[in-house]
Design a protein. Structure first.
Length: 255
């Protein structure tokens, strides 16, 4: 396998489960098996609302405008019924209310929802940023989980966004800020030049291992498998891998 372009999502998918990576990016089965999910629909709606709203000049912004963007951008897919959709809409509205009350709406970003492609070695790192203020890249998160700062420091998104500054601003981003809209918490990561160089080398090694993988062995997990779009075709979906003898794993996969 010789992919020439990688995103943080692709690399995170492989790290979580190589078989999921294969189904999605090698076999290209996402269109056939992908299912709408309420938390993704809400997240996409909030991101779209903030992108449209933050493009306005400060004097033109108000909360009514932000609410209108949410209503117009709302994605009504993946909800089991109208009650669940209303619940998620109220959650989204609360996030945006807190965002507005924080005063962050007064910022006038340099870049919003901008695509980037940064060459590194014999491959390209690609993605899309939510927002860039000067040399700070801001990434909105709509989930409830807030990881530890030390985990975010080595996260593929942090590493790749830092390098994305080279294309977007002519130099690596000085700060990557993850903004958790549900809790209002922000975590900012800043990297030294030495760290950036180490990150580049680690990325090259990791991508080399992805390219060299010819088996894409699944890594079953009792939670991840439940939400995986491909659990209906994966031979180890939901299985506790520890309960299967190593010598029997291939046999189980072939059943």
């Amino acid at each position: 396998m010789k992919f020439s372009k990688f995103s943080a999502t692709m690399l995170s998918t492989y790290k979580k489960c190589p078989r999921m990576f294969k189904y999605q990016y090698v076999d290209r089965l996402a269109d056939k098996f992908k299912r709408p999910k309420p938390f993704l629909s809400m997240g996409n709606s909030v991101h779209a609302a903030l992108a449209g709203f933050m493009a306005y000049k400060t004097e033109e912004k108000n909360f009514e405008l932000l609410k209108t963007f949410l209503e117009n951008e709302w994605v009504s897919e993946g909800y089991v019924n109208r009650d669940q959709e209303n619940e998620y809409f109220h959650r989204a509205s609360a996030m945006l209310r807190a965002f507005y009350d924080s005063g962050e709406w007064k910022a006038e970003p340099d870049r919003i929802e901008e695509w980037f492609e940064v060459p590194l070695g014999d491959f390209v790192l690609s993605g899309r940023i939510d927002r860039m203020d000067g040399l700070e890249i801001i990434d909105y998160k709509t989930g409830n989980f807030v990881p530890r700062e030390e985990d975010l420091r080595g996260d593929f998104q942090t590493v790749i966004y830092t390098l994305a500054g080279r294309q977007l601003a002519g130099r690596p981003a000085e700060k990557i800020t993850f903004e958790y809209l549900a809790s209002g918490k922000k975590i900012s990561i800043e990297k030294s030049e030495d760290e950036i160089l180490r990150d580049e080398e680690e990325l090259k090694k990791f991508i080399a291992s992805v390219r060299a993988d010819g088996e894409f062995f699944p890594t079953p997990h009792r939670i991840w498998c439940l939400y995986c779009d491909f659990n209906c075709i994966c031979p180890l979906a939901g299985m506790d891998v520890k309960s299967v003898a190593p010598g029997k794993l291939t046999e189980v996969m072939m059943q």
